[in-house]
Design a protein around this ligand. Structure first.
Ligand SMILES: Nc1nc2c(c(=O)[nH]1)N[C@H]1C(S)=C(S)[C@@H](COP(=O)(O)OP(=O)(O)OC[C@H]3O[C@@H](n4cnc5c(N)ncnc54)[C@H](O)[C@@H]3O)O[C@H]1N2
Ligand code: MOO
Length: 421
């Protein structure tokens, strides 16, 4: 293997065959170093841009809002007219609603009926809410003195002309689509979708719906990955399952790496006789950057580049595959897609039970909330210590509790980071 030799941490327990494991943060750094953002850009209608990756800084061509407007239904007044302590009575000389154009400068001593969103004509400088006014014929009377600018949303108060409202690399979600619409972007430039091939390796794998023979299991990783990759900015090339036959695996790997931006496989990355992926990858000319990571579950995870693709060889155990994708693979793919880095939403929880463990690898243990409304921090029960193959257990978890690499065990009440799922 031509993976870089250092830095590493000493492995422990089941890892004690002198393997050196790459710390998780170093593995992430190396993975990210492999990823350059796809360059091609597409012009698409705003409705088609939803969910995609913005390819430029979107700046507002006008001030937002474009004109001073009322934040309330009420009456426009000129504060200079309001001498003394009040109450004040003013004649209402007209009405202006959202969508109406501006009006001429008002005479002093007059008010104007105004509805929320309507433009504020020059000269008026405050809105009195209708709840604070008594209306009689064409006059209003109110007794609380408004301040200058009261209930008026000034032009440019949300964003100045030329201000970036959605930065390059943002995923265009609900908030970004709304902001792009508000600055009049009928079409926007987005990065092309990243093309991601996936295949599961293993001669034991059958598709759900097919009958199982002796020694066979249903392929779950394929479906987990299809779900994880179901995003508007990803084009998935689903190559199904491939048995542990080196010639078939190598052909699939080479073809996929020639036509895709990333190739993700599951299984066959460990040390067994049928674990062919790292060897085949290097035989095909691939450059391996990471081979074993100090993470539980998921120690064997391979990263490298071949042709135009980043190869991500995830372990076969279903929970290991899921976790390694979540904490490393997804970050690398996001960078490849041109998305700007986001910090994953983690929270703090308290352990509801003790958990024994060996120090050495950072652990992401399935955990679920304990119903205890009296505590300020959510309490979670750390589930089984043996879970790398337990896809059903993962399905019942509420998230992953993060146990630091150096931890010798968790005691009830300890505060842990938690990744809600
Ligand atoms: N002697 C050693 N054996 C193992 C080591 C080790 O260091 N030394 N590491 C163990 C660890 S940790 C893991 S994780 C696994 C990873 O192995 P592979 O990536 O080579 O995965 P496979 O052997 O192909 O499969 C492991 C396990 O997962 C099941 N599997 C595989 N693919 C799927 C799928 N698509 N859907 C559902 N289940 C799948 C497979 O049947 C095996 O049970 O290696 C350990 N061994
Ligand atoms: O790394 Mo393995 O994923 O502990 O089962």
């Amino acid at each position: 293997m031509n993976a870089p030799a250092e830095p590493t941490v000493a492995a422990c327990g089941c890892d004690n065959h002198a393997h050196k494991l790459t710390p998780l943060d170093v593995a992430i750094e190396r993975g990210l170093a492999l990823a350059t953002a796809v360059k091609d850009v597409e012009d698409v209608a705003l409705t088609d841009a939803i969910g995609r990756v913005l390819a430029f800084d979107a700046t507002s061509p006008i001030p937002l809002p474009p004109f001073d407007n009322s934040a309330m239904d009420g009456y426009l007044v000129q504060t200079a007219d309001l001498a003394g302590d009040g109450p004040w009575t003013l004649r209402v000389i007209g009405r202006i609603a959202a969508g109406d154009a501006g009006r001429d400068k008002p005479q002093s001593g007059t008010a104007l009926r105004i509805l929320t969103g309507a433009p504020v004509p020059v000269g008026f400088d405050a809105v009195v809410m209708q709840e604070d006014c008594e209306v009689s014929g064409d006059t209003i009377t109110f007794s609380r003195k408004p301040f200058v600018g009261q209930h008026i949303r000034p032009s440019g108060g949300d964003a100045a002309k030329g201000q970036v409202v959605v930065p390059v690399g943002a995923q265009i979600g609900a908030r970004q689509t709304g902001a792009l619409a508000a600055i009049g972007a009928g079409t926007v430039k987005v990065r092309r979708k990243v093309r991601v091939a996936i295949f599961s390796t293993g001669s034991e794998l059958m598709q759900p719906g097919e009958p199982l023979g002796a020694g066979q299991i249903w392929n779950s990783n394929r479906y987990t990955l299809l779900s994880l990759l179901k995003k508007d900015w990803i084009e998935v090339v689903d190559l199904g399952a491939i048995p542990d036959k080196p010639d078939l695996l190598k052909a699939a790997l080479v073809n996929a790496c020639a036509s895709c931006d990333m190739v993700i496989t599951t299984g066959g990355v460990s040390v067994g006789d049928e674990d062919h992926m790292p060897r085949l990858f290097e035989e095909a000319g691939g450059k391996m950057q990471v081979m074993k990571v100090a993470i539980k579950p998921g120690k064997p995870i391979a990263f490298g580049t071949l042709d135009r693709a980043i190869f991500v060889g995830l372990p076969g155990n279903p929970v290991s595959a899921f976790v390694t994708w979540m904490v490393i693979g997804a970050l690398v793919l996001e960078k490849r897609a041109g998305l700007t880095a986001r910090r994953a939403g983690r929270m703090l929880v308290r352990a509801a039970n003790d958990a024994k463990r060996r120090p050495g690898r950072i652990e992401f243990r399935p955990a679920r909330y304990v119903d205890n409304p009296l505590t300020e921090t959510s309490e979670v029960e750390l589930m089984s210590p043996e879970f790398s193959g337990r896809v059903a257990l993962l399905s019942l978890a509420d998230g992953l509790a993060v146990i630091p690499a150096e931890s010798k065990g968790v005691s009830k009440g300890d505060v842990l980071e938690f990744i809600p799922l």
